[in-house]
Design a protein. Structure first.
Length: 94
């Protein structure tokens, strides 16, 4: 059975799901695109980035929980954005 991947832009904070999977490219600092998610985790994502526990390296993963409702956010490292390919996106989705 083929795997179908859909990429869409949406408000990640408002998205109602028990597990939100977010692909993230390598960056020395917390990407602005993660600011709203950092807020709903009480700053846990930013703290992990600051301590270099997660930086977006290829195949790196980190799970964060939203306080109060227990919904999870899974960050998946994609590596260098300049080297990102469709194959890498499919690989990360698996």
């Amino acid at each position: 059975m083929p795997l179908h991947v859909t990429l869409r832009t949406a408000d990640a904070v408002a998205h109602d799901t028990s597990l939100l999977i977010v692909p993230v490219a390598t960056s020395p600092e917390l990407p602005g695109s993660l600011a709203s998610l950092d807020g709903v985790t009480g700053g846990a994502i930013g703290a992990a980035w600051q301590h270099r526990d997660f930086t977006g390296k290829r195949d790196e993963t980190a799970v964060f929980y939203r306080p109060g409702d227990g919904r999870r956010i899974l960050l998946v490292g994609m590596g260098d954005a300049a080297k990102l390919t469709r194959r890498a996106v499919r690989r990360a989705a698996m």
